[in-house]
Design a protein around this ligand. Structure first.
Ligand SMILES: [Zn+2]
Length: 317
């Protein structure tokens, strides 16, 4: 197992945060991991392919790790520039990767109708401005493998939690996992690494299983899309921090429900934020995703009951 090179390509977002996409550079071509926003292919990927002497013709496959506009927004451009590349994604994310309107409806504005929690109009406009939809060729329902060249094969591992169909890339040769947004620590970082908003995982128990799986793999290097590379002991610490936040979130939710009347999701955000939020008050509602995930998981275990009505309310059983 010789293995080739993993190139980490970083660019700035409008809000100062950065995003990364990755190239796995093999002996006879490259594989792109994530496509960034609509402008990322021309702005960041094209110069890297040129510098490496590969060009768009040498791009053999594209892995879209998950359905978010900063990972899938450049897929349309990549398909036009590299029409022969095979595009791979997780089956559960496929439709949302292929349609930014569905992504808005089912993911970003998921809580609008039943919970009265919505994104600002400017956010939807930003998503539309930064999405260039493209098609997925191969949708994985579990793990897969991807051959980069004759001597280098990587694993594509199902890593649900942040989204239902999130994939991570495992390269045993370099003990590296390209995690993208599969694990999210105790907060999502802003431009200077400070807490900017909640760790936006959405699906439990998948998220906990993903953290445990990465702990078992124990990679030497963990590459996340919005963090500097993590190495050695920092990898284990970040995975522990991710698991600890989920535990704190569940505990805070149960404390609030134990001590009070049935509550709406908006009321639960307000009541749990003091115990959980290291990020600014303006970003408080980003807790909606993890809280919704925990409420669903606790309901499935019979520990919480969702009461009918609009907005929905939750109570302890
Ligand atoms: Zn994401």
């Amino acid at each position: 197992m010789s293995g080739g090179r993993i190139e980490r390509l970083q660019e700035r977002l409008d809000d100062g945060r950065f995003l990364c996409v990755f190239l796995l550079v093999g002996a006879d071509g490259a594989v792109l991991v994530d496509t960034g926003l609509a402008t990322t292919p021309q702005r960041t990927i094209a110069p890297a392919l040129a510098r490496l002497g590969i060009g768009w013709d040498g791009l053999r496959a594209v892995v879209v790790t998950h359905a978010d506009v900063d990972h899938a927004g450049g897929l349309g451009a990549v398909r036009r520039l590299a029409p022969r590349a095979t595009v791979v994604a997780g089956a559960a994310d496929r439709l949302l990767i292929e349609s930014s309107e569905l992504l808005l409806e089912r993911r970003y504005r998921e809580f609008r109708d039943e919970h009265g929690i919505d994104q600002p109009e400017a956010f939807s406009a930003w998503v539309r401005a930064n999405a260039d939809d493209g098609a997925v060729d191969l949708a994985l329902t579990g793990d897969g493998t991807l051959r980069i060249d004759r001597e280098w094969t990587v694993g594509l591992l199902a890593a649900p939690g942040h989204t239902a169909g999130h994939l991570v890339v495992h390269d045993p040769a370099s003990a590296t996992v390209i995690a993208a947004d599969a694990v999210l620590g105790g907060f999502s970082p802003g431009a200077g690494g400070e807490p900017a908003f909640a760790p936006t995982y959405r699906f439990l128990p998948g998220y906990r299983e993903t953290i445990a799986r990465l702990q078992e793999i124990a990679p030497q290097r963990l590459l996340c899309s919005h963090l500097p590379p993590l190495e050695g002991a920092a990898v284990a610490a970040y995975l522990r921090e991710s698991a600890a936040f989920a535990d704190r979130c569940e505990a805070a939710l149960l404390r609030v429900l134990d001590g009070g009347e049935p509550a709406t999701l908006a009321e639960l955000i307000a009541a749990t934020a003091p115990a959980l939020a290291s990020w600014p008050a303006a970003a408080r509602d980003t807790l909606v995703q993890p809280l919704a995930g925990h409420l669903e998981a606790l309901s499935a275990q019979g520990r919480v009951r969702r009461l009918p009505g609009c907005p929905a309310r939750y109570a302890r059983t």
